[in-house]
Each structure stands twice: as structure tokens, then as C-alpha cells.
Write a protein that binds this ligand. Structure first.
Ligand code: MG
Length: 168
């Protein structure tokens, strides 16, 4: 038996505080050097938000906004690995494990490629509750906005994720 889940997220990018409201840019827990960052109540890790929602979607659970409300002071600046770990545990408790995860991050700069393998290993450990077989079960691709639109103009980071869960 299988379940598929789809997750999507986007965060506006602004100059880093105090010049703007941007938080330091993080993708799957990796800090990326950039002069702009996400505006967010939590740490603004769009990829992790998309992944958490994909897992929760696969089990028809609540979404992350319901689990971790963005008006709750406890979630202020909260590392988003908490969301992925909570979603993974919830799915694991219901008897699911991860067959694979595929994701796309739309970000003009910086390029994701140099950090791609580090991002995949971060995800492998965050998804531990779902017992992924190996790093080969986890793929993340970076795409630019080709210089146009909100992604291309460095005003937006966007992430899409798909997970396939299988019964233990
Ligand atoms: Mg988000």
C-alpha cells in the first residue's frame, strides 16, 4: 500500500534585518550566504515547510499551519526541522515509511548545487522516523527564475515537494 503527498510553500525575500524584515536564508537547515532572506514567523525554511506538508498530506493529517500556528509565540523563529520531524513521527506512528522524496527549490541566488548533497544528508537525518532506505531516496533540485518574475527578481523563494510513503 502506498500514499503520495504533495507540499508547496513560498516566502517573500527581503533585505536582512535591520534594513528589512528578512531572516537569514536557510534551506533544509543549511545557512546560505545572501543579502536577502525570508519573511517568516518561523525560520522561513520553505523547503522544509513543503516537505512537512507533503508528509502530512500523504496521511491526510493536519497542515503545518494548524500544527504550528504562525501567531503562536512558541513558533517565533522556530527551526523548521521541528515541523518535518513532527510530521515524520506522526506518519511513522501510523505505520508509514518513506519510499522516496523529490523536491524542487526555486531560488535565483545563491545556487543550490554546491550545497545539494549537504541538504540531502540533512533531510536524511530529519526524516529518520520514516526510515528512508538510503540517501538515494532523497532528491532535491534547484531552479532559478531565469531573471524574471518574483523568483528571478530575488523577491521570492518557492519549494515543491512530493513524497511517497509505503506501509511498514
Ligand atoms: Mg512557510
Amino acid at each position: 500500500m502506498y500514499r503520495i503527498g504533495l507540499g508547496y510553500d513560498r516566502h517573500r525575500l527581503e533585505p536582512l534585518a535591520p534594513a528589512g524584515r528578512g531572516r537569514p536564508l536557510v534551506v533544509a537547515g543549511m545557512s546560505l550566504e545572501h543579502q536577502r532572506g525570508p519573511v517568516s514567523h518561523s525560520d522561513g525554511d520553505a523547503l522544509l515547510h513543503a516537505i512537512a506538508d507533503a508528509i502530512l498530506g500523504a496521511i491526510a493529517g493536519p497542515d503545518i499551519g494548524t500544527l504550528f500556528p504562525d501567531d503562536d509565540p512558541a513558533n517565533e523563529g522556530r527551526p523548521s526541522c521541528d515541523f518535518v520531524e513532527a510530521a515524520s513521527s506522526m506518519a511513522a506512528e501510523r505505520g508509514w515509511r518513506l519510499a522516496n522524496l523529490d523536491a524542487v527549490v526555486l531560488l535565483e541566488r545563491p545556487k543550490l548545487a554546491p550545497n545539494r548533497d549537504a541538504i540531502r544528508s540533512n533531510l536524511l537525518s530529519m526524516l529518520g522516523a520514516l526510515e528512508p532506505e538510503s540517501i538515494d531516496a532523497i532528491c532535491v533540485k534547484g531552479k532559478t527564475g531565469e531573471g524574471i518574475g518574483p523568483v528571478g527578481k530575488e523577491r521570492l523563494i518557492e519549494a515543491h515537494a512530493v513524497v511517497l510513503l509505503t506501509r511498514r
